[in-house]
Design a protein around this ligand. Structure first.
Ligand code: COI
Length: 359
């Protein structure tokens, strides 16, 4: 079969001992593989110039639209090594669909599902040696993205767009496995109805940095956003969705609308029944969180995201709250769901839902 993204292999790959040293302790987002996928879009030619080539810096005119108006979207997904050495993606079709929705919201051209999957798979094949070994909690994190590269300062959709996929071996996103504390910000709002909250665009993350700093200043690991109107309804944490487990057997998470439709969020909702839980998507207020953490009827809280997998939340501060959840330790259900997702991703249990895609 002809590759959609033909491979132009680097003549200067990372020496194997250097690569192995990185794989021994990859961290998150600091070490990159040897290749990248790329394609360019223009109104006349559509997507063209598809290739996998050596990781190469862009040359951008200082007037490139993305540098001024942040017309950019991205995705995050991972490739997992199984015990037999094979490499798999987890529900990449959902990332492809979300990437297309994000592109539409930012007036960028869509990458088809076939092109998205080909770019990711062909990059993983080219850099297969960078996929960490089976047995730990490491994976190859893939970052598809596109941005307005046209040199133009007028505000309109760009006439030149670059699409790329880069990859980095990744360990745990949070170094502490024992849970994180969230800061409920009433100063900063992530999104409002009609805004870009559902899109995975760089601007959302740039705007989250001040809220993140506020969280750190209050001794918390991450921010938890509430709605921008009443400052009362839980949204998401900025890099993760948030889920509550209740003593009457519900797995509750805020509804879609202004939050990111997470792949891990969706997977957890689908798996809830197997853990004796009823999945419920409904608004959750700060008042409910305060009262139910205090009376013990919210027994566990966790965050869900591709990078963070499932991360226990052990406490909240801000918005007149200073509560511990579940005695400040990760809950049983949280850890079971986390293990379940990881078992599926690493092929340690049967994939009865067809969620895995072999590279
Ligand atoms: C992800 O979980 O893949 C994300 O995109 C979150 C983050 C690292 C920005």
């Amino acid at each position: 079969m002809t590759a959609v993204f033909p491979l132009h292999r680097t003549t200067r790959p990372t020496p194997a001992p250097d690569r192995d040293a990185i794989l021994a302790d990859p961290g998150f987002g600091t070490h990159f593989t040897d290749h990248m996928a790329s394609a360019t879009w223009t109104p006349d030619a559509g997507w063209h110039g598809h290739r996998i080539g050596p990781v190469t810096p862009y040359t951008l005119h200082p007037g490139a639209a993305v540098l001024h108006y942040a017309q950019e979207v991205f995705e995050g997904l991972k490739a997992y090594r199984h015990a037999d050495g094979s490499v798999w993606l987890f529900r990449p079709e959902i990332n492809a669909a979300r990437f297309a929705r994000s592109a539409r919201r930012l007036s960028l051209p869509e990458v088809s599902e076939a092109e998205f999957l080909a770019s990711v798979e062909e990059l993983v094949r080219a850099d297969e040696a960078w996929v960490p070994a089976f047995g730990g909690e490491q994976s190859l994190y893939l970052r598809p993205f596109m941005f307005a590269s046209e040199t133009f300062l007028g505000v309109r959709p760009a006439h030149r767009v670059e699409y790329s996929v880069i990859a980095c071996p990744a360990g745990m996103y949070f170094s502490s496995g024992s849970g994180v504390t969230l800061w409920i910000s009433t100063t900063f709002t992530r999104a409002a109805a009609g805004g870009t909250g559902e899109a995975k665009c760089g601007g959302n993350y740039a705007a989250s940095l001040a809220a993140q700093t506020e969280a750190h200043e209050h001794g918390c690991d991450q921010v938890l956003y509430v709605d921008g109107v009443e400052h009362e309804w839980l949204e998401e944490s900025g890099t993760m969705n948030v889920c509550l487990v209740t003593s009457d057997g519900e797995l509750v998470t805020p509804p879609l609308g202004t939050i990111l439709e997470g792949v891990t969020r969706d997977s957890v909702l689908a798996l809830a029944g197997e853990h004796g839980l009823t999945a419920v998507q409904r608004p959750v207020s700060v008042t409910e969180l305060r009262e139910r953490c205090a009376d013990g009827s919210v027994t566990e809280v966790f965050a869900a995201g591709t990078a963070a997998v499932i991360t226990p939340i052990v406490g909240f501060k801000g918005a007149d709250l200073d509560v511990r959840v579940g005695g400040g330790a990760p809950g049983k259900t949280t850890l079971a769901l986390r293990e379940h997702i990881l078992d599926l991703q690493y092929g340690r249990v049967a994939d009865t839902r067809g969620w895995l895609r072999r590279v």
